[in-house]
Structures are given as C-alpha cells and as structure tokens.
Ligand binder design. Structure first.
Ligand code: CTP
Ligand code: CA
Length: 218
C-alpha cells in the first residue's frame, strides 16, 4: 500500500518541484502561455511535504493554493524559473513538472498597437532546466522529468531521459483530455524499462511517485 504520509519517509530530504506553465512576454501587456494547470506539480509538492520533506515549489502563473508546509516561489518566465531552480540547490530530488516554454520572444518595450498590423515575433531558445540540472555540479541525487506526449510516448520519453541525463521521466499521455483535468495517465520511464501506471487521479500519481522517490533515496 502507498502511505508514506505518516511515516515521514522523506524527513530530512529537500525536494524541489517545478509546476505550471511559464509565460513569455510579447510586450508589456501580452504573453505567450500554455495549457498547464499546475495541478500535477502541486499535488507532488503536497505529497512530498506530507512525507516530511522540506519542499521548494517553483511555480509559474497558476490559480492554485499553496499546499501546506511547502515553500513556494512564484515566477513568470522560463529564465526566472531556471534561476530560481539553481538558487534552490542542493536538492535530494528534483521533479520538473513545469511546462516550460521552449522559446521566448524578443519582447517589445512598449505596447504593440493593433493599428500597426500583426507583429512579426522573433523567437529565441529558453534554457532547458532539466538538461541544466542533469549536467549540474550540484545535480540532485534523483532527477525526474515529465514529458507530455501525444505520440510514441515511451520512445520519446526515453530519448528525453538520455539527452537530459534524468533518472526517470514520467511520460504523460496528453492525447486525451488531460490538460486541466484532475486525472492523468502516465508511464514511469527509466533506463531499464517503462511501467504503465494506467489512468488515475493526479493525487494518486503524486502519492505513488513520492513513494518511489522515498524508497529510492532510502
Ligand atoms: N523542460 C525544462 N526546460 C525547458 C523545457 C523542458 O526543464 N526549457 C523539462 C520539463 O519540465 C519536463 C521535461 O523537460 O520535465 C520534458 O519537457 P518537454 O517539453 O516534454 O521536452 P522538450 O525537450 O522541450 O521537447 P518537446 O517539447 O519538443 O517535446
Ligand atoms: Ca517543450
């Protein structure tokens, strides 16, 4: 059974979680965003705190209450999230659930005017936080990414596991209606294989993942 909550199995451990989307400004009033609700990451932060961990939750813009016992740092952009993550090291486990924008926009300093016609946005790459942690001198003992995929779920997750030097990728099947939902269907992908956890509540995914992390950290 899965109940690390009362056992305090993560007592003395520092768990770092990223959650939610990032927002990339176009001009002072407009952003590019994505559909991440933050629910899965917040559920993981809550479960880690219940298991006795010291939890740092670095959250993009979401409409969710801070789970009890969690230290929350709010950020907007991928750059800010990357800086906050590095500042929060060292960590025993890092679980990067955030849907980080892959590109930022070279933002205008004044509001773009409709009368000037559709803007030609220029994109530039954002830092890849998971890859940065994978190669970091203070790499967390256990480094876990999430990968939202619509196709070739386990194969794509395996590629990300290797290229970003993560220990596990929680591969998230978003071909259905998962965005914003309280349910999730994940596969836990590791170097030695993948496990299908089947459809379940995001709180149940969180409890199982925290149980696995606690057992791995010992
Ligand atoms: N990630 C990150 N920083 C980024 C992009 C992604 O830390 N700039 C992390 C996510 O938090 C997640 C994992 O990398 O844990 C996989 O994110 P995903 O968007 O699926 O991977 P990408 O490498 O960006 O590939 P793509 O979007 O093309 O599928
Ligand atoms: Ca991406």
């Amino acid at each position: 059974s899965i109940d690390v909550a009362d056992a305090g199995l993560l007592a003395g451990k520092h768990v770092l979680v990223t959650a939610g989307p990032t927002h990339e400004p176009i001009d002072p009033v407009r952003v590019i965003a994505n559909r991440s609700s933050g629910k899965q990451g917040f559920a993981i932060a809550a479960a880690a705190a219940q298991a006795g961990a010291r939890v740092t939750l670095i959250a993009g813009p979401v409409a969710l209450p801070t789970p009890g016992g969690v230290c929350r740092i709010d950020v907007e952009t991928a750059r800010q999230m990357a800086d906050a993550v590095e500042a929060a090291l060292p960590a025993d486990a890092a679980i990067l659930v955030a849907a980080v924008a892959d590109w930022k926009v070279e933002a205008a300093t004044s509001k773009l005017k409709k009368s000037d016609g559709p803007p030609q946005l220029r994109f530039a790459p954002n830092p890849d936080i998971l890859a940065i942690l994978g190669a970091h001198p203070e790499r967390p003992t256990l480094l876990i990414g999430f990968a939202a995929e619509t196709d070739d779920l386990v194969a794509n997750a395996g590629s990300k596991l290797r290229s970003k030097q993560a220990d596990w990728i929680v591969a998230n099947d978003v071909s259905g209606d998962v965005m914003g939902s309280h349910r999730n269907h994940v596969h836990l992908v590791a170097a030695d294989g993948a496990e299908d956890w089947g459809p379940m509540d995001k709180t149940e995914v969180a409890a199982r993942l925290i149980d696995r992390i606690a057992r791995k950290l010992g």
